[in-house]
Design a protein around this ligand. Structure first.
Ligand code: GLA
Length: 401
């Protein structure tokens, strides 16, 4: 009798321990994802709703063979418009015309290339393109994604009416954790409810602004008044002050890359990519990676710029100096050095200088400077470094005492 009771109480204890540790383990899993900013490709910026399984397969083929996979690009993410309906049990259904083999088989294909697979949904009743959203179906959708082999979910904010953002994103976050499959959770709430203040532990990354447009500078309101399309500069300016909120597993997301989509010049795209690297932003290419010019490929796969982005210290860079059109930005790196951007927004080439004190070193010490775009050591300098910076572009260096 006594021993039966002892067995029962041991079993109860084991049960309680499991009850506490299983969700904890899942939480640790979430925390172990995206320790450096996620890198990959997303269909939206170039293809919008013109997507299909053939497109996604050919993009995966390209990434696996054109140097992008070797450079660190990993997630192939399908954005809006892959879904059309729900079945009689409420499960989400992929468009049979554009994805006739189904999502599982596409995910298997992407995995077979040594890459990871991502999907898109929305916290409202409908996605931004009017496809079925996940509201009220969060656990069911998460379960389906896990069955299909999804590794990354981008979760949008259209048609959410009066929904509370923290509640909505927490619900999907918990639903993803409950599947037991590690799925990076990318929150796309446009910064409306300041997710950097509350989303650490809910999402692995959160959008900080409206949508990027393939323009150096621009600001257009969406027709529904909710938010906006912004140029690269407008997005960059909205990142000022947010660096303290980012770190391993939880990143500010200034939106996907436009590099290679044709709306900016090569020097401007070099500036765009440099800043996204320095901001520890997710690097999600948004162009047609199957047909890139050598210039564009060289930007997207520059190993020294990517190393700044992927640095394991995980600190986001910030602006240390602004004087009219000329600026200096700095990002601390794990070896004690700094990545520094000398930035020229102006219409003419200009000299831009950084002093060691601006980046946290005493001015009297010598420091080595390396140009990460030119892949060249520039020399050793005392107290400051100056360079001529082309109009609408950057000089990006690493400075190490
Ligand atoms: C919103 C998002 C974009 C994209 C579209 C898809 O605008 O912010 O990144 O996902 O929806 O409809």
């Amino acid at each position: 009798m006594k021993s039966t009771r002892a067995v029962l109480s041991t079993l109860r204890l084991i049960f309680l321990v499991l009850l506490v540790t299983i969700p904890l383990r899942a939480q640790l899993e979430r925390n172990s994802l995206a320790q450096t900013p996620p890198m990959g490709w997303n269909s939206w910026n170039k293809f919008a709703c013109n997507i299909s399984e053939d497109l996604i397969k050919s993009v995966a083929d390209a990434i696996a063979t054109n140097g992008m996979k070797d450079a660190g690009y990993q997630y192939v993410v399908i954005d809006d418009c892959w879904q059309v309906d729900r079945d009689e049990n409420g499960f989400i259904v992929a468009d049979p015309k554009t994805f006739p083999s189904g999502i599982k088989s596409l995910a298997d294909y992407v995995h077979s290339k040594g890459l990871k697979f991502g999907l898109y949904s929305d916290a409202g009743s409908k996605t931004c393109a009017g496809r079925p959203g996940s509201q009220g179906h969060e656990y069911q959708d998460a379960l389906q994604y896990a069955r299909w082999g999804v590794d990354y979910l981008k979760y949008d904010w259209c048609n959410t009416e009066t929904r509370n953002a923290e509640e909505a994103y927490s619900t999907m976050s918990k639903a993803l954790l409950a599947t037991g499959r590690p799925i990076v959770f990318s929150m796309c709430e446009w910064g409306t409810a300041k997710p950097w203040q509350w989303a650490k532990g809910i999402g692995n990354l959160w959008r900080t602004t409206g949508d990027i447009s393939d323009k150096w500078s621009s600001h257009e309101k969406w027709p529904n008044g909710a938010c906006c399309q912004l140029g690269m500069l407008e997005i960059l300016d909205l990142q000022v002050g947010l660096d303290a909120f980012a770190g391993p597993g939880h990143w500010n997301d200034p939106d996907m890359l436009e590099v290679g989509n044709g709306g900016m010049t090569i020097p401007e795209y070099r500036a765009h990519f440099s800043f996204w690297a320095l901001l520890a932003a997710p690097l999600l290419a948004g162009n047609d990676v199957r047909s890139m010019t050598p210039d564009i490929r060289e930007i997207l796969t520059n190993s020294e710029v990517i190393a700044v982005n992927q640095d394991k210290l995980g600190r986001e860079g910030h602006r240390v100096e602004k004087s009219g059109d000329l600026e200096v930005w700095s990002k601390p790196l794990s070896d004690g050095s700094r990545a520094v951007i000398l930035f020229n927004r102006g219409a003419a080439d200009s000299k831009v200088s950084v002093t060691w004190e601006q980046i946290g070193y005493p001015n009297h010490i010598p420091a080595k400077v390396r140009d990460v775009w030119a892949h060249k050591d520039v020399g050793t300098f005392d107290g400051s470094y100056s360079a001529s910076v082309p109009s609408h572009s950057v000089v990006m260096v690493r400075i190490a005492p």
